[in-house]
Write a protein that binds this ligand. Structure first.
Ligand SMILES: C[S@@+](CC[C@H](N)C(=O)[O-])C[C@H]1O[C@@H](n2cnc3c(N)ncnc32)[C@H](O)[C@@H]1O
Length: 241
């Protein structure tokens, strides 16, 4: 059996269009079908929005809708169905690309998709193009150095247990907090108690409409949605300059 593919995993954005490697653009132009994920509760694929206009024929794009599932096994079912669809396209001799937000292998469901597709098609030829993580985009937007010298950085999805978060802050120079959501007010209370608000920074919807950038957390007035699509950069000690 001849090897199938190629299949390309491509990270775009996050946020403003144009943040995509030149090599990934070449792969996109070569793709017959470009899959773009869309959360079921929104009207437009964020990945497609971040791609911007590369003058690719609209007929090549195929949107896939996803329901957010707290139950991982149900999420797995959605990826099984999608992997089957991708496999059908590849078996028909087509080159397939899949867009995702930021870096495809950083807290991204692309990892499940690729693993499932490789189970289906062990001879698959594929390439994953690295993307710009949301914390790199947030740090750049705020000119906030992520790590200097021998500083230790921890990247963390926000825990429910804020004692655990306090311990992580105590044991690292910099903590990057993702997937904050409704926990934001409690996290801000903790940072206020630790007297860290002045040397932490926050980005919400970086590069997108409704962007909110805060170089000092004491300026932040969160509303119900501020914690979503947001990244918090926490520094334990005041920066030296
Ligand atoms: C499912 S993860 C995707 C991570 C992505 N693959 C990356 O490389 O950063 C979603 C989380 O990424 C962060 N994020 C994604 N887009 C963002 C943006 N435009 N501004 C700020 N944070 C963002 C938020 O922490 C959000 O909860």
């Amino acid at each position: 059996m001849s090897a199938l593919g190629p299949f390309y995993g491509i990270g775009v954005g996050p946020g403003e269009s144009g943040l995509i490697p030149v090599a990934a653009i070449a792969a996109l132009r070569a793709a017959d079908v470009i899959f773009t994920p869309r959360a079921a509760h929104v009207t437009e694929s964020l990945a497609r929005q971040c791609l911007g206009d590369l003058a690719l024929p609209p007929s090549r794009f195929r949107e896939v809708s996803f329901r957010m599932q707290p139950d991982r096994s149900l999420l797995g079912d959605q990826y099984l169905t999608l992997a089957q669809t991708l496999s059908d396209e590849l078996r028909a001799g087509r080159t397939v690309a899949y867009l995702t937000i930021g870096d495809p292998l950083t807290y991204s469901t692309y990892g499940y998709l690729l693993a499932t597709l490789r189970d289906f098609e062990p001879a698959l030829r594929y390439r994953t193009f690295p993307g710009i993580t949301s914390f790199a985009a947030t740090a750049a937007a705020l000119s906030w150095p992520l790590g200097e010298g021998k500083e230790r950085i921890l990247i963390l999805p926000c825990p429910d247990d804020l004692d655990a978060l306090k311990q992580d802050i105590d044991t690292h120079d910099v903590v990057i907090l993702m997937k904050i959501g409704k926990r934001l007010p409690r996290v801000l209370d903790l940072l206020a108690r630790l007297e860290l608000l002045e040397h932490c920074a926050f980005g919400h919807r970086v590069g997108l409409d409704g962007e909110l950038l805060c170089a000092h957390l004491s300026d932040l007035q969160p509303t119900g949605m501020t914690g979503y699509l947001s990244t918090l950069l926490i520094r334990r000690e005041r920066p030296s300059r």
